[in-house]
Design a protein around this ligand. Structure first.
Ligand code: C2E
Ligand code: MG
Ligand code: MG
Length: 613
């Protein structure tokens, strides 16, 4: 018996291979023989044909691509045009299949497609699923013969099973070597680099690299957790097929990450007209049919222009990923790599790492405290805690900057925890020393989870500070963003006795109905209006009317950004309860607070004005 196989042109003189694309799969999606060589395959085929006495062996991948081997040289060069449904079913099933006589089998009646394009009709069929060493199901090893059988013996079944596991191991080996992805059968990252290098050394001045991100990693992981790997693999296969269809002709697609494809565009004029990129994004935004479930992805297409010098020592995939990642968030869905943006992101990433370390160690972070003065008495009744980060090389980083960074990086939970613990423990010391003051703490929208209430209560208990001595400041936009859920948490905070302030009021888009329903205790008029009062009668009118409105709605009114004595005098005459600003005091380091409190003579007040009259 002579076995002929088809792994790679020229490898076997009588080699016959074919890739049968199933009807629903684009032909570009099937692997070329050269990209799908499995080490040791020859030996496996020999083993199977000998042990089972069959002339036709086929490896059918669950992508629908099939590889055929025949004893003798009678297979037509391109095999059957369509894959028999039984083969596809076997490839996509985790169970072995046996058909002793196809002529007698109900399931096969009425199918015009032959089992194999072999020498005459095939009547016997058996298959065994092929899984990689990591347990990934990639298809089935199928054997076929022209004669019907009475049974399939145990030793034959074992031989088929062994052969299937050897193939699975070979596929793993092959992909370990970095050439082919076992799921999509696309060439891997190393092949991409090799080809890019070759392309750039063929004399072209530069190349355009394209990367396609399927979905943000977290979203994809959530999908895998919900649906399992079978769906995830199928999704990647169908996406790969659609990307391939949309790519310019003669483009070889590579799988360069779990959810990422890349290619080198064949012609560097490809970007003279970018309408094909809009089409590509539009097509990728259409739902995919993933084993009967319609799914949409969040594609991002990135492009990078690169020359041979830049390739040396550079990491083109990192750069182009930067663009595809940015594109995922953009309405257009594709973006060209932008060096400045990349630099900014790198800085941001480094800063986030350093902020996380600073939070752990606590040495570079500090709180400053800015006094708030009661306008009736002129006395300081509260302090606002404001975070400070002194970076060892960059110096002091504005809180508006690093707070936003912490929000984006998911560090807010531990940051706010740090602020609460540091602020409340400090307040306990001052109150113990006899200063009757309250403390307000800034919290961000990401803090508004269920446990904020519990965290606040336990910090207050730990330091024996009454909750009525604490106030949380939320920006107006935070409060308006998620009104229903927010209101529940805020009500719980208020029930504990703590205050709630609406910070930076006037910068968001509150509607009065929503505002009325907010269980807040005070409203802080944004400093941009307050600072403008000296020069703009409009700003003065805004502060006056907002103060009146807020007070009529039952809020305590605080004006921030009081920078001059004139502004201070003006707000004294308005419906305002408290003032805060550089004119009264700048934010102070904790060590300066007791001296400031002790030496503070009190600001001009309504009471004093009345008594003076
Ligand atoms: P904010 O809560 O509205 O704090 C008031 C800001 O205005 C502070 O800026 C303060 O230094 C500044 N300020 C006070 N009076 C005046 C004045 O008269 N004139 C001028 N020009 N500015 C004045 P800072 O400390 O830079 O904080 C900026 C923002 O960063 C804060 O605005 C707050 O939104 C946020 N932030 C600060 N610390 C924290 C924190 O611990 N947690 C959270 N979530 N956010 C914080
Ligand atoms: Mg504030
Ligand atoms: Mg503010």
């Amino acid at each position: 018996m002579r076995t002929t196989t088809g792994w790679g042109p020229g490898q076997h003189a009588a080699g016959q291979y074919m890739t049968t694309p199933a009807d629903d799969l684009p032909s570009a999606h099937t692997a070329t023989p050269e990209s799908f060589a499995v080490p040791g395959f020859d030996a496996v085929v020999r083993l199977v044909t000998h042990s089972l006495g069959v002339p036709v062996v086929s490896l059918v991948l669950n992508s629908g691509a099939a590889y055929w081997f025949a004893d003798g040289n009678e297979l037509p060069a391109h095999g059957p045009r369509a894959l028999h449904p039984l083969l596809l079913q076997a490839a996509r099933s985790l169970a072995p299949h046996v058909v002793l006589d196809a002529f007698d089998d109900e399931r096969l009646r009425g199918t015009a497609v032959p089992l194999a394009a072999g020498p005459g009709p095939m009547r016997f069929f058996a298959s065994e699923p092929v899984c990689t060493l990591t347990g990934q199901h990639i298809g089935a090893l199928c054997v076929m013969g022209p004669l019907p059988r009475e049974s399939l013996g145990e030793s034959e079944q074992t031989a088929l099973r062994d052969a299937a596991s050897l193939i699975g191991a070979g596929v793993v080996l092959r992909s370990y070597l970095g050439r082919t992805d076992p799921t999509t059968q696309l060439p891997h990252r190393y092949a991409f680099f090799d080809d890019l290098r070759t392309h750039l050394h063929e004399g072209v001045p530069h190349a355009w690299v394209i990367a396609i991100d399927v979905a943000p990693v977290q979203r994809f992981n959530a999908f895998v957790r919900a649906m399992g790997h079978v769906y995830a693999d199928e999704l990647m296969r169908t996406v790969a097929a659609r990307v391939t269809q949309q790519m310019p002709a003669h483009t070889r697609l590579y799988q360069v990450g779990a959810t990422r494809f890349a290619a080198v565009l064949p012609d560097h004029h490809m970007l003279d007209d970018t309408s094909w990129l809009d089409d590509l994004v539009a097509r990728l935004r259409w739902p995919f049919d993933c084993l009967g479930i319609p799914l949409t992805i969040q594609p991002g297409v990135g492009l990078l222009k690169i020359n041979a010098d830049e390739l040396r020592g550079g990491d083109p995939l990192r750069l182009v990923m930067n663009a595809s990642h940015a594109a995922q968030q953009s309405p257009r869905g594709w973006a060209v790599y932008n060096r400045m943006q990349d630099e900014q992101q790198r800085q941001e990433f480094l800063l986030v790492t350093e902020l996380a370390a600073a939070l752990n160690e606590g040495a570079e972070l500090d709180l400053h405290y800015q006094p708030r003065v009661d306008l009736d008495s002129g006395r300081c009744i509260a302090l606002e805690a404001l975070a400070r980060w002194h970076h060892p090389t960059l110096g002091s980083i504005p809180p508006a900057h690093f707070v936003a960074l912490a929000e984006r990086a998911g560090l807010m939970h531990s940051f706010t925890q740090w602020v609460m613990e540091r602020g409340v423990s400090q307040l306990a010391v001052w109150r113990h020393a006899g200063y009757d003051i309250k403390l307000s703490l800034n919290v961000s929208s990401t803090d508004l989870g269920a446990d904020l209430v519990g965290r606040l209560r336990s910090v207050a208990e730990q330091h024996k500070v009454g909750l009525d001595a604490l106030e949380l400041e939320f920006t107006e936009s935070t409060l308006m963003e998620h009104s229903a859920v927010t209101r529940r948490h805020l009500t719980a905070i208020r029930d504990l006795g703590a205050g709630i302030a609406i910070d930076d009021f006037g910068t968001g888009y509150s509607n009065l109905a929503a505002l009325r329903q907010m269980p807040a205790t005070s409203l802080k008029i944004d400093q941009s209006f307050v600072r403008g009062m000296g020069s703009s009668p409009h700003d003065e009118a805004i502060v006056r009317s907002v103060a009146e409105l807020a007070r009529n709605m039952g809020f305590r009114v605080v004006v921030e950004g009081v920078e001059t004595s004139n502004i201070y005098e003006s707000v004294l005459a308005m419906a305002c309860d408290e003032a805060q600003g550089f004119h009264i005091a700048r934010p102070l380091p904790s060590s300066d607070v007791p001296a400031w409190l002790a030496g503070h003579q009190g600001m001009p007040s309504r009471r004093a004005v009345r008594w003076g009259q």
